[in-house]
Ligand binder design. Sequence first.
Ligand code: BGC
Length: 369
Amino acid sequence: MRNILARGVAAGAVALLALTACSTRSDDTSAGASGSAAPAKGFAADSLIGVALPAKTSQNWVLAGDLFTNGLKEAGFKSDVQYAGSSTTVADQQAQISAMVTKGAKVIVVGATDAAQLSTQVEAAKAAGATVIAYDRLIKNTQGVDYYVAYDNFKVGELQGQALLDGMKAKKDKGPYNIELFSGSSDDNNSAVFFDGAMSVLKPQIDSGDVKVGSGQTAIKQTATDGWKAENAQRRMDSLITSTYTSKTLDGVLSPNDTLARAIITSVKGAGKPIPVVTGQDSEPESVKSIVAGEQYSTINKDTRNLVKQTIQMVKDLQAGKTPEVNDTKSYDNGVKVVPSFLLPPLIVTKANVVEAYANDPDLAPLTK
Ligand code: BGC
């Protein structure tokens, strides 16, 4: 796990950068102009803020919990930071949110474990006068979510798709290239957004025949990784190698995050095959080391410090009775409403820019030297 205290030092400067950087697709630059957000009322400066996070399926969640605990305390709030357990995730998170409502939390920040299973709880939160902020993952099919704070997930997918093409081209000048596609857990709203972003780049190449999905498994359902679990990705890669790549070369694998990327690489190595170009996300230390060593091809830098900082800024604005700033009021339709969002820009990291990408990160910078 990364050292939280050390990471705090550069956070201010980095956050400022992120805030001034524009988000990509459907920006609404009229920040704070959203009319659909909850009316701001303000509340006591030492109020309770609830933070309900999913299971620790990747290190960004571990980091987020510590940053919320410290950051909310620093801002003068009381906090209740909870994680869902790894097997009873949905029921855990539902109970945790309900308990936060009972305790009178003024804002409840939710990293949803299952995007579609929280409407009852967040609607109860709203009815009790709390504001609900979806953190990193959108909550679907409910009016009960007021704001969304995340890195631009579609852009993450686009960057992954482009990195996959660039990495394969650098190794072999001409196609056709054989690839396989992996996506995240289907209960996480982000999984489809990452996948759609990547496919927006890959599909034209697949259609032209320059890129071939060897197994033919291109539907998101076929590519999903239940619970974002490494063992599920490794098992699927094992079977893809057996079914499709005993004689054919595998040139690239679209992996939605670092945990799964390393599982895919483990599978390929176990089968005695050369490592293909494998994408990732999250800048997990083991993957940063793997990129430096020339194994994993890419990751995405979505600095958790900035995301938590942005969320706490929203909490502070709500406390002061101000309408929190948003920069996107078009992209995130949760099925019943477009949720006003603050989107941060993700960065692609490969061996070519790994040193500069983490120069301001006291935990990752030493791994790049
Ligand atoms: C996050 C990713 C993370 C994944 C698994 C997603 O919702 O956006 O950063 O890799 O969850 O934990």
